[in-house]
Write a protein that binds this ligand. Structure first.
Ligand SMILES: [Zn+2]
Length: 132
């Protein structure tokens, strides 16, 4: 049995919805204000939809008004990696799941304190688990 890091393209296609596959595996972007987690305010954890790795806590979620779920910090443990993204004529920092390489979104230097960062993440790349 293969683990998420070893899945082939065909396996990802079979395991994910077409929209999840397009955004997480092909580096796409969901339409703003379309995602299920954007308005969510419950307490809980946000996991990678591809491999289940814990990525964010609701404690760091905030409304940036941009139409995508935003967080000012990642969950502990270096589960997110950063890559320089020069597509669309912009220099941005792409964020991916460190475990399975799923595209998550981008991180910008205009977030609230204490980090001053804003992780702008596609809802479709996240799976929410409520916690008490
Ligand atoms: Zn992952």
């Amino acid at each position: 049995m293969s683990t998420p890091e070893q899945y082939s393209d065909a396996e990802w296609r079979a395991r994910l919805s077409p929209e999840q596959y397009r955004v997480a595996r092909l580096g796409g972007t969901e339409r703003p204000f379309s995602g299920e987690h954007y308005p969510r305010t419950e307490h809980g954890d946000y996991h990678c939809v591809c491999c289940g790795s814990l990525l964010f806590h609701s404690d760091t979620k905030f409304d940036a008004g941009c139409g995508w779920p935003s967080f000012w910090a990642e969950a502990a443990g270096n589960r997110i990696k950063r890559l320089r993204d020069t597509s669309h004529g912009m220099i941005r920092v792409e964020v991916r799941c460190a475990d399975c390489d799923a595209h998550l979104g981008h991180v910008f230097p205009d977030g609230p304190e204490p980090t001053g960062e804003r992780y702008c993440i596609n809802s479709v790349c996240l799976k929410f688990t409520p916690t008490p």
